[in-house]
Design a binder for this molecule. Structure first.
Ligand SMILES: [Zn+2]
Length: 333
């Protein structure tokens, strides 16, 4: 059964006979991009050059257009596929389902000629992700260890709002996170009724506009490059500035800083220095969420992703032990 799905040494998730997800594989005519994070766009240029079709959701395509360039995807045959719609190739069919992770993220279901179901979750957070019943389940394993539990999940958003409100009493607040999650923070703060300007550098601004176009509500966002906005930051007026995690330490030094990270398990909010806080906001399931997906999906075989960062071997061991389901971490290390 395992030949129907595997993960290669280069990180490609192979489903059925024709699909390679999230990394290039020369043997597969179809490439799927589950979402627009870099570790799921491996070898995309090569896939665009050689695959018959590259499949992704419209939102993922729009995000790649701003994260790379509008020309990037023109190097190949991209086909956008809506959630719930099926793409047929030979005797196999490919269907996308939502994954609660970043805008546009998809789970992939491949059904082969014999009616076998093969599912790849991509990255996901259980809360907003439909669980798919399947024969073979390929899943992410980022927080696949019992050490990675966040039992406090429910009040993280309130905590985030109150820590930002606290910071605003002193002036500008800088929020650092990855694409997708930054926009989630904007939406949380906007929905909490914060009345201060939101500010972002060009790239974050562009990504946010795509999120807005696809239905997220993020409020009014200004470009940091504009003169009035620069002045506002210079005078330390109350506002929230959103920066990619890569800018940490380069901007906002000495200001009130909030980092959003999933790698936090002891408490929803932690003070790491004077005026510096980490908030445990994750866009991945914790260990319990991953195990719960397996329980409800009822597969006969599970393959955990041992290519990307995480605990694939530990997760496979726990699945095997708790559910008595065959589970293997691939690629083998
Ligand atoms: Zn991701």
């Amino acid at each position: 059964m395992s030949i129907k799905a595997k993960i290669t040494e280069r990180g490609a998730v192979l489903l059925g006979c024709s699909v390679a997800c999230d990394a290039f594989d020369e043997s597969r005519p179809l490439r799927v991009v589950t979402h627009a994070h870099a570790d799921h766009m491996i070898g995309l240029q090569q896939s665009l050059r050689t695959c018959e079709k590259v499949l992704m959701t419209q939102a993922t395509k729009d995000l790649i257009d701003v994260m790379r360039s509008p020309l990037f995807l023109m190097g190949g045959y991209v086909e956008t596929l809506e959630y719930g719609k099926t793409f047929c190739y030979g005797e196999e069919s490919i269907t996308f389902f939502p994954a609660d992770h970043i805008l546009g993220a998809a789970q992939v279901l491949v059904e082969d000629a014999e009616g076998m179901r093969i599912v790849y979750t991509g990255d996901f957070r259980l809360e907003g992700t439909p669980v798919l019943e399947t024969d073979i389940l390929v899943m992410e394993a980022t927080y696949g260890s019992p050490l990675c539990r966040r039992p406090f999940n429910t009040n993280v958003k309130d905590m985030l709002v109150s820590i930002v409100e606290e910071g605003l009493k002193h002036g500008a607040v800088y929020v650092f996170g990855y694409h997708g999650k930054l926009q989630e923070v904007m939406q949380i703060l906007h929905e909490a009724g914060l009345k201060v300007p939101f500010i972002a550098p060009e790239r974050v601004f562009q990504v946010s506009k795509i999120c807005e176009r696809h239905g997220m509500r993020i409020g009014r966002l200004l470009r940091v490059e504009e003169r009035e906005v620069k002045a506002m930051l210079g005078q330390n007026q109350p506002c929230v500035a959103f920066y990619h995690m890569g800018s940490r330490g380069k901007v906002g030094r000495g200001s009130f800083c909030v980092y959003v990270s999933g790698w936090e398990f002891d408490m929803p909010c932690r003070e790491i220095a004077d005026k510096e806080y980490v908030i445990a906001l994750s866009d991945h399931s914790d260990f319990d969420g991953l195990m719960e997906y397996v329980r409800r999906s009822r597969p006969r075989l599970v393959i955990t992703d041992n290519f990307r960062i995480g605990y694939a071997e530990t997760l496979a061991r726990h699945i095997q032990r708790r559910f008595n389901i065959s589970a293997v971490a691939l690629p083998k290390r």
